[in-house]
Design a protein around this ligand. Structure first.
Ligand SMILES: Nc1ncnc2c1ncn2[C@@H]1O[C@H](COP(=O)(O)OP(=O)(O)O)[C@@H](O)[C@H]1O
Ligand SMILES: [Mg+2]
Length: 198
């Protein structure tokens, strides 16, 4: 399992290729694709019903979430944003009132809730969590950056896990490890995928 050619090596090859593909998308195109993802997301019943949602803040080449976060706040939803603790490999979640005022660059230069304004929420309180990904498949398996942050945070939770994805990040088959937590819904720039469960 752990040796050469095992799922870890396979994942790491797929990750490298997927990241390279994603980096080739221009800024304007990514913004356009992200706004299609947003349109598909906000049409979901689960989104409309959600009162508290958790979102990541996007790195440069991830599906952009600023418009989603600002829209959800404007619609009167509560929004909590992810912070990354690189020492413990844990994610934290803190509610924000304003994208502009309540965030500052944290680990990896990604925006996260300002430390002087923390309003921690637990994942169990959220109705929906928006999960970033490097690659995905139609069974709901995802590749992250390889540190397992979201697998750790989502393990054992029954919050609705929604991957925000580009169609071009889809793979036929993402290798699955035992600790991997599958997505319930994948929202892409073209459609909504609901992997069969069971
Ligand atoms: N719930 C967990 N508890 C402990 N370690 C975990 C957990 N989830 C993931 N990991 C560890 O995180 C590492 C990376 O996981 P992986 O699924 O390959 O990354 P990613 O999901 O970021 O693509 C693995 O070595 C795995 O053992
Ligand atoms: Mg994983």
């Amino acid at each position: 399992m752990r040796g050469r050619g095992g799922p870890r090596d396979r994942k790491s090859e797929l990750r490298t290729a997927a990241l390279k593909r994603r980096r080739s998308i221009g800024k304007a195109e990514l913004a356009e694709l992200s706004s299609r993802v947003e349109a598909n997301l906000v049409a979901l019943d689960e989104y409309r019903r959600a009162r508290l949602l958790i979102s990541y803040c996007a790195k440069d080449d991830e599906v952009q979430t600023r418009p989603i976060i600002e829209r959800a706040l404007a619609e009167g939803k509560r929004v909590a944003v992810v912070s990354t603790d690189v020492r413990t490999l844990r994610l934290g979640f803190s509610e924000i009132a304003s994208f502009e005022d309540d965030l500052a660059p944290g680990a990896f230069g990604i925006l996260e809730p300002r430390r002087d304004r923390l309003r921690p929420v637990s994942i169990a309180e959220a109705d929906l969590v928006l999960v970033p990904l490097v690659a995905w498949d139609e069974r709901g398996h995802r590749l992250g950056y390889g540190a397992g942050y979201f697998d750790r945070a989502l393990a054992g939770t029954d919050v609705l896990k929604v991957g925000l994805a580009l169609e071009s990040q889809r793979l036929p088959d993402v290798p699955e490890s035992r600790h991997d937590v599958p997505l319930d819904v994948i929202v892409t720039d073209r459609r909504v995928v609901r992997p069969p469960r069971g």
